[in-house]
Design a protein around this ligand. Sequence first.
Ligand SMILES: [Zn+2]
Length: 212
Amino acid sequence: MDRKAGQTPGKDVYADLRCTLEESVLGGKVKVSYPRRVICPTCDGKGRLPQTFIDCDKCENNCGLVTRECVATVTVPPGVASGATLRLKGEGDQGSPADGDLYVKVAAETVSKGGIIRRQGADLYTDVVVRYPKRGEDTSVRVRTVEGDWGTLKVSADAKIGSALRIGGRGAPTAPGETTRGDHFFVITKIAFDEDVVKASGADEGSEDGAN
Ligand SMILES: [Zn+2]
C-alpha cells in the first residue's frame, strides 16, 4: 500500500520574514504568508476517493496534499538579529503522526521608515540639527526614540558638529530576550544660530529701505 499524506510526517517549510527596525528592536507579532501543503479535503489525505480505488484528481500526483497560501503569526523577540531563524512548531506541511515545522529567516530593516533611525548592532543613531537662539547659550533639541517622542535633550553652548547626544539604554537589546539595551545616539550634523537669520533678514530690510 502506498504511504500517503495521511501516514507520513509533514515536511518542514522555510520562509523569509521581513520586519521593521522597530519590530526587531522592541519585538512584536509579525505575519508571514507562505505556501504550505495541507491534507487534501477531497480524499482526506489518502490520494484515493473514499471507499474506492479511484485516484483523487484534486491533490498533486494524488499524494494526498494540496498547496495553500497560509498565514502564520510570528512572535519576534526583542533584539532579534537580521539573519536569525525562528521556528514555529507544527506550522509546516501537514502530515501524520505530526505536522512539519515552519522556519522563518528574519530580514530586519536596519533603517527606520523615513530613514530617521539607523541600527548598528545594539546601538541606534539619528542625525539631528541643533538650533541656538543665541550664541554662547545652551539650547535643546526634540528627539524620538523607537518608543516614540522622547521630549527634549539639552545641548551645551559649545557642542560641535560630529559630536553626539546620548540616551542610555534606549537602543536594541544586546541579545534576543536580554533586558540590557544599547544606547541611542543623536549625532549633530548641522548647527544654526537664529540670531544670524534675524541679522540677515534685518540687513535685507535695510537695503530695501535704502533703495526707497
Ligand atoms: Zn486528494
